[in-house]
Design a binder for this molecule. Structure first.
Ligand code: PHE
Length: 537
């Protein structure tokens, strides 16, 4: 059929393929038509389909939308509606976009709700992502990074050389154990047990003779255990690591020992740490923007247009009107202003929205208050040397602990550099409250006194600068994230519908709370709802 077409209709065919599928598709269609390779025709570099080229069909031209809050949900709302021709404005209480997406660098300041003030004195190039810090491959956040030109690098969420440290376990307490060592022992002993039980017939009601025959080789490989003659014993292997590394000539290395007993390994509880890396959202690979997570809100704000964002705008009241909605706010100069739009999207945390004056009804207030704020804290520790790399061979990753600092994170950028910045605690709930109750210097002292137990004196002596964030004490934010007692009840449902001309958006209205993905997808849901309403009006 194609061969019978005239050159003109062939051109039209190619043009329509190009429009629908992009340059890469056009180029291969040309090959199918027998036209490629043509020397003067150059296809553009292949561009993968872009999930975040989220397109609304039909124009929202002329409709105005006022967005409350310039965090990821608010920014995504304005960005996507802007693509479809809506006239969007954002009111943001802070002097920057991003909300919890916040990168702390030298010069960054923070005044907590209690008035305690900090200025970061990190060296140039050093930073911590105080809020979101890791991006899974499945999240739409990566598609926005692609679309906005935000460069990514690997974020190491799991590292075999990082430690597990438990000071309260019934055995092996107070000994930092490499993640790889813990895994070798747990997998080894579990395999030994299962192989023995299988071999002795203890599982015969569950396993056929053939199952048993096939299970044993799996367990030998999974646990690196011995053969039948040795009772399938686990005796430790180089999976544990070395106390003397293998080297040149006759240096065959010394496997790290001694191997703790089965009973001690079970009592240590280290095996319970491995579920983390199996979590859908936490499994490697993970990513981070080069230079700081705030590259995402910065790129969104730029794409939206800085003139559309009013910073320092403290919302006072939201009013639904017969034919639109309006927001009254105090601007950066302290003047009270009212702005009207066809629609308002409230993309601020629920507990803050609940306190605003509004005419949306008491059931809305009750639903907003139904969300439970989670306290979350993080501290950045800048060191004069990267001793975790030079002395301990840890390049990125996380050490989980049972201390109230919860986790220590090694930086996934700046490897082999002179300086480096750890996350000295990242904790939630009671642990976050314990730290945030303290003045900054005492938060630091507490974090360091615990880190010393794992890493020794250099954890104190090499320290240069620090900065701590308590999200639940941060103005305009007031929590790390929220949780819902139920996401199937009336409260959650109510907030996922418009209240007149007022819509709600945020990660808190998603099933990926505490991820930017939740904020993006919630924004897209609201944007779609508004657009469908406009088109059907
Ligand atoms: N996304 C955040 C993080 O990865 C918060 C979170 C923690 C969310 C654990 C879900 C599970 O740290």
């Amino acid at each position: 059929m194609v061969a019978e077409q005239s050159p003109a209709s062939r051109r039209n065919f190619l043009k329509s393929v190009g429009v629908a599928g992009g340059a890469g598709v056009m180029y291969s269609a040309m090959g199918a038509l027998g036209l490629a390779p043509v020397p003067e025709v150059r296809a553009d570099a292949y561009r993968a389909p872009q999930q975040s080229d989220f397109t609304l069909t039909g124009r929202g031209g002329g409709k105005t939308v006022l967005v409350l809050g310039g965090g990821i949900a608010g920014l995504a709302t304005a960005y996507e509606l802007g693509k479809a021709g809506y006239d969007c404005r954002i009111l943001e209480a802070k002097d920057r976009p991003g909300g919890r997406n916040w990168t702390v660098r030298g010069g960054t300041t923070l005044t907590d709700l209690d008035g305690r003030r900090q200025t970061a004195s990190f060296t140039k190039g050093q930073y911590i992502n105080a809020g979101p810090a890791r991006l899974p491959q499945s999240h739409v956040t990566l598609d926005y990074c692609r679309e906005l030109g935000v460069e990514l690098q690997v974020f190491t969420n799991q590292n075999a050389n990082a430690y597990i440290y438990q000071e309260n376990s019934a055995a092996l307490a107070n000994e930092p154990m490499r993640w790889r060592t813990a895994k070798a022992d747990v997998y080894g002993y579990v395999s030994e047990l299962l192989a023995k039980a299988t071999d002795q017939g203890a599982l015969d009601t569950r396993l056929t003779a053939q199952d048993k025959e096939r299970l044993i080789p799996f367990l030998q490989s999974f646990g690196a255990i011995k053969g039948k003659a040795d009772g399938y014993a686990y005796a430790g292997t180089n999976r544990r690591g070395y106390s003397v590394e293998p080297g040149a000539a006759f240096e065959d290395g010394t496997v790290l020992g001694p191997v703790p007993t089965l009973s001690d390994v079970i009592a240590s509880g280290v095996g319970q740490r491995f579920s983390f890396e199996l979590g859908y959202d936490q499994a490697m690979m993970m990513f981070q923007p080069v230079g700081g997570m705030d590259a995402i809100p910065n790129a969104l704000a730029k794409a939206i247009g800085q003139s559309r964002i009013t910073y320092g705008a403290k919302a006072l009241e939201v009013k639904d009107l017969a034919d639109g909605a309006e927001v009254t706010y105090k601007d950066a100069a302290g003047r009270t202003r009212t702005q009207r739009a066809d629609f308002v999207v409230s993309a601020v945390p629920p507990m803050i929205m609940a306190r605003l004056k509004h005419n949306l009804g008491t059931d809305i207030t009750a639903a907003l208050k139904y969300a439970v704020p989670t306290p979350v804290g993080k501290i950045g520790l800048e060191y004069r040397s990267r001793w975790w790399e030079t002395d301990e061979q840890i390049y990125g990753g996380i050490t989980p602990t049972d201390m109230d600092l919860a986790t220590i994170w090694y930086p996934s950028y700046g490897y082999q550099g002179r300086r480096g910045t750890l996350v000295g605690y990242y904790n939630f709930g009671a642990n976050a409250l314990a730290y945030s109750a303290l003045p900054h210097t005492e938060r630091l002292a507490r974090a360091v006194s615990q880190g010393v137990k794992i890493h020794g004196d250099k954890y104190r002596t090499e320290l240069d600068h620090s900065f701590s964030v308590a999200w639940h004490r941060t103005p305009d934010i007031e929590a790390g994230w929220v949780s819902w007692p139920s996401q199937t009840g009336a409260e959650y449902k109510l907030l996922n519908q418009p209240a007149g001309h007022v819509y709600f958006a945020g990660d808190w209205l998603s099933h990926t709370i505490a991820w930017q993905h939740g904020a993006f997808t919630s924004a897209r849901k609201v944007v779609t709802d508004i657009h469908e309403r406009v088109l059907s009006a």
